[in-house]
Design a protein around this ligand. Structure first.
Ligand code: FAD
Length: 548
C-alpha cells in the first residue's frame, strides 16, 4: 500500500501540527528492528519525528508490508478510537525519534483540536476501509451463504467495522476437505478463526466479541455517571451528548450498535440528508462520534436485570457481571411483530414496510397495496393509504375486525370502495428480484390461493417493547411500554413509591434517575428523529439530577 494517491489515509503533518501533538505526549528514540506494537497489543499512537516505521501484516519477519510511515506521518487506524487490539505489527526499519501518546492522551487531543481531529479521524477511517477491502483483518470466517449463522456472524463483523477474510464453503472444495479432516461437521458451521489462534465453532456474537477483545476496555467496577441500555439511535444520541458534555458514559448493547435503524436500507426523512442515508451509515457514524467523545460502548452485552431498590442502581448483564450507575437511560427499543413469511426481511424497506407515513404512501401512490393486520394501526393505515393508492387489500387472520378495531375505523373501511377486507386470510409468499414484485395469499376457510403483482406490503401487526428484562421495576402502559413524565398519574407514582417532592422530569420513569427514550417509551413517535431527540434531551435531565 506504499503508493501515491493516498494522501488522506497517509497524510504528512506540518511541523506546526507535529508541535501541537508534541505537548500531549512524550518523545522517545527508536532503534532499528524495535517492535513498537505487536499484533494483538493495545497500541499507543505514534508520530514519526525521524526514521521509518513499517506496518506489517503478521508477526513473523517475512510478513507482508502494509505501509511504511516516514517523518511527519503517524501510526494507527480505527482501533485507536475504539480502544480495540492492533491488527498489525509496527516495527522500526530506520532508527530515529517518535512522539508517543496513549489512548486517553489521543482522545484528549481529538476533542480539543478540531483540525487534527478531522485529519486523524479521516485517516483512521480510510485505513480501516483499506483493511476491510484488502481482507487484512485478524479473522477468518468459514461458512456458507445458505447458513443463517454465517449471515449473522458476517453482519456482526461488518457492522462492527471489523475486517475479515471470508472462505465460502460452497465454492472452496479445499476448505471443505480441511474441515472434514478436522471433523468439523455441518452443525459447527460457521467456523471463525480468531487472531490466527482460537478456532470457534458456530460461535455466538458474545464469544466473538470476547475473542476479539471488543469489550476489554470496559471497567465494570467503575460507577458511571450514566449507563445507557440499548445502542440504537436513541442510545447513541444520549451517548454522544453525554460524553461530549463531560459525563462518564457506558452504553450496553445486546447485539450491535445501530438498532432497528441500522437495518433500514435508506432513511429519507432524517433531517439533513435530502437524498437519504443508509441506516448502517447513519448509526455507524453516530457510534464513531460517541467513541470519539470518550463514551464506552460494550457490544453483544445485554442487560438482564435492573435492580431498582436501594440508593444506587445496578444492572445485571447476561454475562453475569453487575454494573453500578448514578443514572440509567433505557433505550432498548421495540421489535415489530413479524408474521412468519419466508423472504420477509429480504424485502424490508424494498416493498415491505412497518409504518404507513406520507413517505411510504408516496412510494405506493397509484399502486395496489396490501395491509396486514386487524388492529387500529392497520385500520388507520388502510384508510390513509386508500386516499393515494389505487386499491388496498386488507388481510386479516381473524373472522372480522369487531373484536380488535374501533367502530369508527371499521365503518370507514366498509364504506370505502378502494379497500377490500379479506378475513381469515394470510400471506403465503413474497417474490421479487431486489424488491417486492408479487404477493400471494390464502383464504384459510376455503384454501383458495391468489397471487397478485403487488409491490407494497404494509405489516401493521404492532410492536413489542424490549422491556421484559425490567421485570416490574417501572410503571408500564397496557402494551408494556415504559411510562414517563406527565404520563405517570399521581396514583401510579404513589404505588411505585416515588420518593421526591418534585414530579418526574419529562423523560423520567417512575424511579428517580431512570429515564426511558425512543421506541421503548410509551407514547413515543417511532421514528429515528424522535429517538435521537429524546436521547439527547435525557442528558439535560441527567445533568440536573447529578447536580443535586
Ligand atoms: C426496517 C425498518 C426501517 C425503518 N425506517 C425508518 C425510516 O426510514 N425513518 C424513520 O424515521 N424511522 C424508521 N424506522 C424506525 C426507526 O428505526 C426506529 O424508530 C428507531 O430505530 C428507534 O430507535 P431506538 O434507539 O429507540 O430503538 P432501536 O433502534 O430499536 O434500538 C434499540 C437497541 O437496544 C438493544 N437492546 C434491546 N434490548 C436490550 C437489552 N436488554 N440490553 C442491551 N441492549 C438491548 C437492541 O439490540 C437495539 O440495538 C425503521 C424501522 C425498521 C425496522
Amino acid at each position: 500500500m506504499d503508493r501515491p494517491g493516498l494522501e488522506h489515509a497517509f497524510p504528512t503533518l506540518t511541523a506546526e501540527q507535529v508541535a501541537r501533538i508534541d505537548v500531549h505526549g512524550r518523545r522517545r528514540s527508536t532503534s532499528r528492528g524495535e517492535v513498537l506494537v505487536e499484533l494483538g497489543d493495545r497500541a499507543p499512537f505514534f508520530v514519526i519525528v525521524s526514521g521509518e516505521v513499517q506496518v506489517l501484516r503478521a508477526a513473523d519477519p517475512a510478513a507482508a508490508l502494509i505501509v511504511t510511515h516516514r517523518a511527519g506521518q503517524f501510526s494507527g487506524e480505527a482501533n485507536m478510537i475504539t480502544g480495540r487490539r492492533a491488527m498489525a505489527r509496527l516495527r522500526v526499519s530506520e532508527p530515529g525519534e517518535v512522539i508517543e501518546l496513549d489512548r486517553e492522551q489521543l482522545l484528549r487531543l481529538i476533542q480539543t483540536d478540531p483540525e487534527l481531529s478531522e485529519l486523524l479521524m479521516r485517516a483512521f477511517i480510510q485505513r480501516r476501509l483499506m483493511l476491510i477491502a484488502g481482507d487484512l483483518g485478524d479473522v477468518v470466517l468459514i461458512g456458507s451463504a445458505h447458513c443463517r449463522g454465517t449471515l449473522r456472524v458476517k453482519a456482526f463483523l461488518t457492522r462492527n467495522g471489523h475486517p475479515f477474510h471470508y472462505v465460502d464453503l460452497d465454492r472452496d472444495r479445499d476448505a471443505q476437505d480441511l474441515l472434514d479432516r478436522f471433523q468439523i461437521g455441518v452443525d459447527d458451521i460457521p467456523v471463525v478463526i480468531c487472531r490466527g489462534q482460537a478456532v470457534l465453532r458456530d460461535p455466538s456474537n458474545q464469544q466473538i466479541a470476547e475473542c476479539l477483545g471488543f469489550n476489554e476496555e470496559i471497567d465494570d467496577t467503575r460507577v458511571n455517571d450514566v449507563v445507557i441500555i440499548g445502542g440504537g439511535p436513541a442510545g447513541l444520541a444520549a451517548a454522544v451528548y453525554g460524553a461530549s458534555e463531560g459525563l462518564d458514559v457506558l452504553v450496553l448493547e445486546s447485539n450491535l450498535p445501530g438498532g432497528q435503524a441500522g437495518s433500514s436500507s435508506r432513511i429519507e426523512n432524517y433531517l439533513g440528508f435530502p437524498t437519504g442515508i443508509s441506516g448502517l451509515d447513519l448509526t455507524g457514524r453516530a457510534h464513531a462520534q460517541a467513541l470519539k467523545f470518550g463514551a464506552h460502548v460494550a457490544v453483544a452485552t445485554g442487560a438482564k436485570r435492573l435492580s431498582c431498590d436501594g440508593q444506587r442502581y445496578t444492572i445485571e448483564l447476561d454475562n453475569g457481571h453487575v454494573i453500578p450507575a448514578r443514572a440509567v437511560i433505557i433505550a432498548t427499543g421495540a421489535e415489530y411483530r413479524k408474521p412468519a413469511i419466508d423472504n420477509l426481511t429480504t424485502f424490508e424497506g424494498a416493498g415491505v414496510y412497518y409504518g404507513a407515513t406520507p413517505m411510504e404512501a408516496q412510494l405506493a401512490a397509484g399502486a395496489e397495496v396490501v395491509v396486514v393486520g386487524g388492529a387500529n394501526s392497520a385500520g388507520q393505515a388502510a384508510v390513509f393509504l386508500a386516499s393515494t393508492a389505487r386499491h388496498v387489500h386488507m388481510l386479516v387472520r381473524g373472522r372480522g375486525l369487531a373484536d380488535t378495531m374501533s367502530r369508527y375505523l371499521i365503518r370507514r373501511i366498509e364504506d370505502n370502495p378502494a379497500i377490500s377486507l379479506r378475513t381469515k386470510t394470510q400471506i403465503t409468499a413474497l417474490e421479487g428480484n431486489g424488491r417486492l414484485e408479487r404477493i400471494s395469499w390464502r383464504n384459510d376457510e376455503t384454501g383458495h390461493v391468489e397471487s397478485h403483482a403487488i409491490g407494497h406490503c404494509f405489516i401493521m401487526a404492532g410492536a413489542v417493547p424490549n422491556t421484559r428484562w425490567l421485570d416490574g421495576c417501572l410503571v408500564m402502559d397496557g402494551n408494556g411500554f415504559v411510562k414517563t413524565g406527565p404520563d405517570l398519574s399521581p396514583d401510579e407514582l404513589a404505588s411505585a413509591g416515588w420518593p421526591l417532592v418534585r414530579p418526574p422530569f419529562l423523560l423520567e420513569t417512575s424511579r428517580p434517575g431512570i429515564f426511558a427514550v425512543g421506541d421503548v417509551r410509551g407514547g413515543n413517535f417511532k421514528r429515528v428523529a424522535s429517538a435521537v431527540g429524546e436521547g439527547s434531551n435525557a442528558i439535560a435531565f441527567v445533568h440536573q439530577l447529578l447536580r443535586h
